[in-house]
Design a binder for this molecule. Structure first.
Ligand SMILES: NC(=O)c1ccc[n+]([C@@H]2O[C@H](COP(=O)([O-])OP(=O)(O)OC[C@H]3O[C@@H](n4cnc5c(N)ncnc54)[C@H](OP(=O)(O)O)[C@@H]3O)[C@@H](O)[C@H]2O)c1
Length: 268
């Protein structure tokens, strides 16, 4: 079974449909069950024999992540697509004390992946959805701490994705039996690129027609979900080595250790 997080979103739903069309059973991991039911019904009208289950997962709550992971039988998950993502306009802490964008884009996927990786069979796939915005930021272990003073919507989003890319590389090194890769969709016309500003309708009209469609944006991730390669960067039609400017093995270990310490209370 393949888990797709954020299966109610534009690229998530496109991924679920593409996987279902290949006959792969999918667990749609979503925070809004009614919305998930609607996406599922819609896909079933086109692929009546699709094997689609729904699971409850809210990445802004580590308790929800743990409950979701515990509900899965060992060996049942052959692939995990960490697709869900968000970009908060305002600084907001979750109940666990994490900045919300960081919780959904980094801490939640990190915990989910760690809880599942040991239960996955040899050759299992993990794909993390990153972003070209990673290119424009630097991170260190302090980045993991919520800080209202340095918070900015786009910078914070980019740092959360850069942290996810660091995690991807360290995970690939520590789990050589799995296939762990990053996927970069490019710029895709979805709700996520509406930043909640008054000029969104204007950018929708001018900018979105030049963006990729969700179906096209999710293709690199779909390729990564079937690959035999590991620790690669899937973008456009190709997979390539992780770009040089993201090769920071010492930092990856430091970020891993710091995250492990921060999340240890939630793993018990
Ligand atoms: N669009 C782009 O140009 C672009 C570029 C680079 C990377 N990406 C990445 O691609 C991925 C998919 O994004 P998209 O463009 O398809 O956006 P989208 O349509 O807004 O989908 C986002 C998905 O994430 C889910 N989500 C948000 N908060 C959540 C939470 N607390 N717990 C669980 N799920 C949550 C949403 O659930 P609800 O339906 O309940 O809101 C939705 O299913 C994201 O990781 C995004 O960062 C997008």
């Amino acid at each position: 079974m393949t888990i797709v997080t954020g299966a109610t979103g534009a690229m998530g739903a496109a991924a679920v449909e593409a996987l279902a069309a290949e006959g792969r059973p999918v667990l749609m991991a979503c925070r809004n069950r009614a919305k998930a039911e609607s996406v599922r019904s819609d896909i079933l009208t086109r692929i009546p024999d699709a094997q689609l289950e729904i699971g409850d997962l809210d990445l802004s709550s580590m308790e929800s992540v743990r409950r979701f992971a515990e509900s899965l039988e060992s060996g049942s998950v052959s692939a995990l697509f960490n697709n869900a993502g968000t970009t908060n306009k305002e600084f907001r802490l979750t109940g666990d004390g994490f900045e919300n964008t960081f919780s959904v884009n980094y801490f939640g996927p990190w915990l989910l992946t760690r809880l599942l990786a040991d239960k996955m069979p040899e050759g299992g796939r993990i794909v993390n959805m990153v972003s070209l915005s990673c290119r424009y930021v630097r991170i260190d272990t302090d980045t993991l701490k919520p800080d209202e003073k340095t918070f900015g919507q786009i910078g914070n989003y980019a740092r959360s994705k850069r942290a996810l890319l660091s995690f991807t590389q360290e995970l690939a090194r520590r789990y050589p039996g799995l296939r762990v890769n990053a996927a970069d969709p490019g710029i895709v016309a979805t709700d996520l690129i509406d930043l909640g500003h008054w000029f969104d309708p204007l950018t929708d009209a001018i900018f979105k027609p030049f963006c990729k469609t969700p179906k096209s944006g999710v293709r690199p991730a779909l390729r990564a979900l079937s690959t035999e390669e590991t620790n690669r960067y899937f973008v456009g039609k190709a997979s390539r080595p992780i770009p040089r400017h993201y090769l920071t093995p010492d930092l990856d270990v430091a970020i891993w250790d710091a995250t492990e310490a921060i999340l240890s209370p939630f793993r018990a």
